[in-house]
Design a protein around this ligand. Structure first.
Ligand SMILES: NC(=O)c1ccc[n+]([C@@H]2O[C@H](COP(=O)([O-])OP(=O)(O)OC[C@H]3O[C@@H](n4cnc5c(N)ncnc54)[C@H](O)[C@@H]3O)[C@@H](O)[C@H]2O)c1
Length: 373
C-alpha cells in the first residue's frame, strides 16, 4: 500500500503558493508552509487553515515530521536549503534553476545518492501536454530530422534582483530543447544587455549548437509589451509551431518542407521543391503541468523511481546557463561545452565549492528517455 507522504513547501511568494494549491488537491499530507515573510504566511494560513505555518526553515525540517520538501525560494537559497533538506533525510524538490552553480548541483546530487533520496528539479514544461505531444511527434518520426528550434519567451518583467533574464526564463526553453533533441550542445553563445538594473541583463539571446548540424536559438526578455511564449521546431518533413499563450490549439503541425531536386544537370534545371500541405491541430489532454509535476514527485518517492527532471538534468541545465554567462561576459564569444567520449554529455567538472570541500562528479519515463549520447 502506498504511504501518504508528509510534505512541506518553503517559499510562499509568487510561485510557492501554486505548489501549495496543487499539493492541497493531491493525495498527500500537506503539513507545513514556510516563509520568512510573516505577511505571506498569514495570507496562506487564511487559505489553508489546517496547514502549519513556520518562519524558520530549520524548524520545518526538524520539528514537523516531514518526508519531503519542495523549495520555491529565490535561486540564491536553493543550494543551502536543498543541502539542509537532504542532510535531514527529506526527499527534495527544487524549483528551476536548480542552484547558482553546477558545483553546487553536483554536491546535492551526491548527497541525494548517498542518502537514497529523490532529488527532483522543477522543469515544469516537461510535464505540460504540448511538450509531451511534441516529444511524441518527434519520437514517432513524423517531423523527420530536427533541423533547428527557435524559442521566444518575452514579457514585461517580472524583474528579478539576483539572477538575469537568461537564468530566469531560459531554463524553461533549455529544458524543453534538451528533452526534445535528447542531446547536449557543443557550443553556447549568449549576448544580452542590462537596461534597468546595472549588471542584471534584462534581454538575452542564447544560441546552442548541437551535434549533427542542429541548433537552437532562445530569446528572453523582461522588456516586451506582449507576453510571448513561442517555439518553432523545424524538421525535415514537417514543422511544429507551439504557442503556449493560446488557451486551446497550442500546437500546430505544418506539412511544409523544402527539398533539393533529386538530380539536375544545368543551373536552369535547378529548382527547390517547396512542399506546402495541410496544417493540423493535435488534440491535447490539457491538465495543469504543475499538478502532474507534483504528482510525479510523490510517485517517485513512493515507487523509488528517478524523476523525469532529476538532479542531473538540473545540473546540465545550470552548466549551460554558466556557459551562457561566460559567453555574455565575452560579448557573445562561443563557449565550448565539453563533450564526453560518447559525443554528447560533458564530463563531470572538477570544481571546488566554498570552504574547499571537493565537488563530486555527479506516463513519465525517465532514464532511458534522457539525453545520453
Ligand atoms: N516552474 C515555474 O514555472 C516557475 C515560475 C516562477 C518561479 N519559479 C521559481 O520559483 C522560485 C521562487 O520564485 P518566486 O518568483 O516565487 O520568488 P518570490 O521572491 O516571489 O518568492 C520567494 C519567497 O521565498 C521567501 N524566502 C526567501 N528567503 C527565505 C528563507 N530563508 N526562509 C523562508 N522563506 C524565504 C520570500 O519571503 C518569498 O516569499 C524561483 O526559483 C523561481 O525560478 C518557477
Amino acid at each position: 500500500m502506498k504511504k501518504t507522504i508528509s510534505i512541506g513547501v518553503v517559499g510562499c511568494g509568487y510561485w510557492g503558493p501554486n505548489l501549495v494549491r496543487n499539493l492541497d488537491y493531491l493525495n498527500c499530507n500537506l503539513k507545513a508552509m514556510c516563509d520568512a515573510n510573516e505577511a505571506r504566511l498569514a495570507h496562506l494560513k487564511s487559505l489553508y487553515s489546517n496547514v502549519e505555518c513556520v518562519t524558520d526553515f530549520k524548524h520545518m525540517l526538524n520539528g514537523v515530521g516531514l518526508d519531503a520538501v519542495m523549495i520555491a525560494t529565490p535561486v540564491k537559497h536553493h543550494y543551502s536549503m536543498a543541502k539542509a533538506s537532504l542532510l535531514a533525510g527529506k526527499h527534495t524538490f527544487i524549483e528551476k534553476p536548480m542552484a547558482s552553480s553546477s558545483c553546487e548541483c553536483e554536491e546535492l546530487i551526491a548527497i541525494a545518492k548517498r542518502k537514497g533520496l529523490v532529488l527532483m528539479v522543477g522543469h515544469t514544461f516537461l510535464y505540460s501536454a504540448p511538450v509531451r505531444k511534441i516529444v511524441e511527434l518527434v519520437k514517432s518520426g513524423d517531423i523527420g530530422e530536427i533541423r533547428y528550434i527557435n524559442a521566444r519567451r518575452l514579457n514585461l518583467g517580472l524583474f528579478q534582483n539576483d539572477i538575469n533574464v537568461a537564468w530566469d526564463l531560459a531554463p524553461h526553453d533549455i529544458s524543453i530543447i534538451l528533452h526534445v533533441l535528447k542531446a547536449y550542445p557543443m557550443i553556447v553563445n549568449c549576448q544580452g544587455n542590462a537596461h534597468v538594473t546595472p549588471g542584471i541583463e534584462d534581454v538575452s539571446n542564447i544560441s546552442l549548437a548541437f551535434p549533427n548540424n542542429r541548433f537552437a536559438t532562445i530569446q528572453n526578455s523582461w522588456m516586451e509589451p506582449r507576453k510571448i511564449r513561442e517555439m518553432t521546431i523545424v524538421g525535415s518533413r514537417r514543422m511544429i509551431a507551439y504557442d503556449d499563450v493560446q488557451t486551446a490549439e497550442k500546437i500546430r503541425v505544418y506539412d511544409v518542407r523544402v527539398e533539393h531536386p533529386p538530380h539536375y544537370d544545368t543551373f536552369a534545371e535547378f529548382h527547390y521543391s517547396y512542399h506546402s500541405g495541410d496544417c493540423y491541430i493535435p488534440h491535447l489532454d490539457l491538465q495543469e503541468p504543475l499538478k502532474l509535476e507534483c504528482q510525479h514527485f510523490l510517485d517517485c518517492i513512493n515507487n523509488g523511481t528517478m524523476p523525469l527532471s532529476d538532479g542531473h538534468d538540473g545540473m546540465m541545465l545550470v552548466r549551460i546557463l554558466e556557459a551562457a554567462s561566460a559567453s555574455l561576459k565575452r560579448h557573445g564569444a562561443p563557449i565550448n561545452f565539453p563533450q564526453s567520449r560518447n559525443g554528447h554529455e560533458p564530463p563531470a567538472t572538477r570544481c571546488r565549492v566554498n570552504k574547499g570541500s571537493a565537488c563530486c562528479s555527479g506516463d513519465f519515463q525517465s532514464s532511458t528517455e534522457k539525453p545520453t549520447g
